[in-house]
Write a protein that binds this ligand. Structure first.
Ligand code: NAG
Ligand code: NAG
Ligand code: NAG
Length: 373
């Protein structure tokens, strides 16, 4: 019975995915309004709609219960009890949920594509072998771009790429991976490490720009050292934030702001919106009730201090986990990721926030001008 229900739910879910016509070509739907805005998504688990379901066992995955329990009612690969912020943004923008690029039923990308992979970082070394790194994600986008150029001609394709929105959430894993794999980034090499991450990210942005991308959305890093997973890492820390990781996230965010200002002056057509996820999370962890939550620090699903041991669903090394009754009372769904409700709030700010909530002269709403006011 449970299996049948799950199956039915998944059929409904995939039916909604396939609103995008699966005509088996890298195609452009000629029936679409001429000004529609495609949505391309890159990065990590904050935005991965399920690509890791298709890269083999051992990958960093969330395709098991209780992931997805609240909204989709079945586990679909999102590290959330429900939606992620790009899903909510798709709702605001009045476009379908952007499906994972690797989903076997999806061959049509004029609405966009989601290339993100849980665990992915900018650096190739980050969770190597378990994720699709950012460079590989870029190579997938190039494939899509080539297909669209063949169908539309260079001129129309270029217009499509420049209307599109490119959302990038990346970096957290580059800084968490060393700590999660029983290593560290010594203080003496922090600046250099951040430089490598930013350097590699720069070339990805430039490549997308070269193809024709103009409208970029970024999600800054949260206070990494204070997510339950890193607070629970060393018993001797007694639940305090991991200072090294906190410092790295601040250094990265500063370097990202500088980079974007620099790119903007270098490429006059480049527009960006850099979302302040750091303050978002800090505020909600400190004052949960102000934002409609009961618990800001402990995760809903997991075990150990602050449920910070990543065991949600019991498929990892640790099998035991606790699950809260009402995820909507929590900011954190598991030891690293947020609940549907927190992602909804985040998406609202990304959509219509103004400086300093979003840095740059844009928010995502201004990138989707075809949406009726
Ligand atoms: C972590 O590293 C320390 C020292 O480098 C080592 O003693 C310890 O056994 C390692 N723990 C695990 C779980 O690998
Ligand atoms: C990109 O990252 C690699 C390590 O993965 C590093 O060796 C290289 O210097 C970085 N590139 C830039 C431009 O920083
Ligand atoms: C931003 O969008 C949210 C969700 O649609 C809405 O509730 C809120 O009123 C909007 N805020 C502004 C300032 O437009």
């Amino acid at each position: 019975m449970a299996t049948l229900t799950t199956l039915l739910y998944s059929m409904v879910f995939y039916a909604t995915l396939l609103i995008i016509p699966a005509d088996c070509s890298l195609g452009y739907d000629l029936g679409k309004p001429k000004n529609h805005v495609p949505f391309f998504i890159f990065g990590d688990s904050f935005v991965d709609a399920g690509n890791n379901n298709y890269i083999g066992t051992g990958a960093i995955q969330a395709n098991f219960w209780p992931y997805g329990q609240t909204l989709f009612h079945y586990p679909n690969g999102r590290f959330s009890d429900g939606r992620l912020s790009p899903d909510v943004i798709a709702e605001f923008a009045n476009v379908p949920y952007i499906p994972p690029f690797l989903h076997p039923g999806v061959h049509q990308f004029s609405e966009g594509a989601n290339f993100a992979s849980s665990g992915a970082g900018v650096l190739v070394e980050t969770f190597k072998g378990l994720v699709i790194n950012l460079k590989t994600q870029l190579s997938y986008f190039k494939k899509v771009a080539t297909g669209l150029r063949q169908e539309l001609g260079d001129g129309e394709a270029k217009k499509l790429f420049s209307r599109a929105v490119y959302l990038i959430s990346v970096g957290s894993n580059d800084y968490m991976y060393p700590f999660l794999s029983n290593s560290t980034i010594p203080e003496s090499s922090q600046t250099q490490y951040v430089g490598r991450v930013i350097g590699n990210l720069t070339s990805v942005i430039q490549e997308i720009y070269k193809i024709g991308g103009r409208k970029f959305g970024f999600i800054r890093l949260g206070p990494l050292g204070c997510v339950p997973a890193l607070r629970a890492l060393k018993p001797e820390n007694k639940g305090r934030c991991l200072e090294e990781a906190l410092t790295l996230s601040k250094l990265h965010n500063k370097a990202l702001s500088n980079l974007l200002r620099e790119l903007e002056s270098q490429f006059p057509e480049l527009k960006y919106s850099n979302y302040d996820f750091y303050s978002f999370l800090r505020q909600r962890m400190k004052y949960p009730s102000k934002y409609g939550f009961k618990e800001g620090e402990s995760a809903c699903c997991g075990i150990g201090p602050l449920r910070g041991v990543m065991s949600c669903g019991g498929r990892g090394r640790v099998k035991n986990y606790q699950l809260c009754d009402k995820p909507s009372e929590y900011v954190f769904w598991d030891a690293i990721h947020l609940t549907d409700k927190a992602y909804q709030q985040m998406a609202e700010q990304m959509w219509n926030g103004t400086n300093p909530v979003v840095e740059g002269n844009y928010n995502l709403k201004s990138f989707f001008p075809s949406v009726a006011p």
